[in-house]
Design a protein around this ligand. Structure first.
Ligand code: TYM
Length: 330
């Protein structure tokens, strides 16, 4: 049987968090053996927020180096930079014409981001989910591995694809969100009722993949808990401890119940030590590999050039099919 296909992408916005790692990168590595995986560095998506050109270029290379350091293997998965495959922009335009203002207005990420960047609510911020839908639909992906926060964007992708298929006949595969396990929703350490985010302004709230061991240990020690003193998963009443259980479980490949059992008799101090050790255990080796890879610009260029070549074959074929169906002259 043919392998199911997977597409996913991460924005190259600089600081990656432990949430990005456990919600996405960690799973990308696991999935590449079993599925036909295409992974993109979403550089076009980052243009919705202003940044200087040098920083943008650096962020793209940084993300590629992190992915390779984490174990994404270009011999198993296709890995490329979104803007290198022109079909992403072409598809986004076409799909814009099959997406309604009303449905885009309901996107929670748009509402959040426009509140945060009130001085720059550009049209790109609004149509961002359409570019994302195009990314996925170009590769006819069956599954899209993402964290919980991206679920709504996969739902709109499905709606757009179904609408198009109804009008023009079977064209797109309707993708399923593939939201894996306990790491799918890593919350802030200080504010465990909202997701751990790259742009958090609360000190010690997010763990970054660039943090030192001391910073990680300090942040986890300071993470908010509760007064019950029992390592028990209960998101409503114990969001802080529940989040630490999720983080530990995602790293150690354990369920919530297994983590509760392991720390049945532990106090919060020793539990936090174990969580910190687990987090440092993944981040430190990743940083060491990253340092080697980021220097090897020849290797990185080879990876992204070859990746784009492979991606382009599939993307261009879908693009032609779409142009033909909607009535453009080929
Ligand atoms: P982005 O770059 O914000 O996040 C990348 C991935 O990390 C996951 N993630 C989290 N998972 C668990 N806990 C968290 N606190 C956390 N924070 C982030 C996200 O769910 C995501 O899987 N629009 C997308 C990028 C994108 C894309 C696509 C994704 C562009 N095109 C096509 C899938 C398919 C984004 O901004 O993700």
């Amino acid at each position: 049987m043919e392998k199911k296909s997977i597409f996913s992408a991460i924005q190259a916005t600089g600081k990656l968090t432990l949430g990005n790692y456990l919600g996405a990168i960690h799973n990308w590595v696991k999935l590449q053996d079993e599925f036909a995986c295409t992974y993109a560095i979403a550089d076009l998506h980052t243009l919705t927020v202003r940044n200087n050109p040098e920083t943008i270029r650096q962020n793209i290379m940084d993300l590629l180096a992190v992915l390779l350091a984490a174990g994404v293997d270009p011999n198993k998965a296709t890995i490329f930079i979104q803007s290198h495959v022109a079909a992403h922009s072409q598809m986004a335009w076409v799909l814009n014409c099959y997406t309604y203002m009303g449905e885009l207005s309901r996107m929670t990420q748009f509402k959040d981001k426009s509140a945060k960047h009130a001085d720059n609510i550009n049209a790109g911020l609004f149509t961002y989910p359409v570019l994302m839908a195009g990314d996925i639909l170009l590769y006819k992906a069956d599954l899209v591995p993402v964290g919980e926060d991206q679920r709504q964007h996969i739902e709109i992708t499905r709606d757009i694809a179904e609408r198009f298929n109804k009008l023009y006949g079977e064209t797109f595969v309707i993708p399923e969100p593939y939201i894996l396990g306990v790491g799918a929703r890593v919350m802030g350490l200080q504010n465990p009722t909202s997701k751990m985010s790259k742009s958090s302004t609360i000190p010690n709230d997010s763990i970054y993949l660039t943090d030192t061991k001391d910073e990680i240990v300090k942040k986890i020690k300071k993470a908010v808990t509760d007064s019950e003193g029992i390592v028990r998963y209960d998101v409503e009443n114990k969001p802080g401890i529940s989040n630490l259980i999720s983080i530990y479980g995602a790293i150690q490949n354990k369920t919530k119940e297994e983590v509760e059992k392991e720390f049945e008799n532990a106090n919060y101090g020793s539990f936090k030590n174990a969580v910190a050790e687990a987090v440092v255990g993944v981040i430190e080796p990743l940083q060491q590999k990253y340092q080697e890879i980021i220097k090897d610009t020849t290797y990185m260029e080879k990876v992204y050039r070859e990746g784009a070549k492979k991606a382009e074959v599939i993307a261009n074929e879908t693009m032609r099919e779409v142009y033909e169906k909607i009535g453009l002259v080929l």
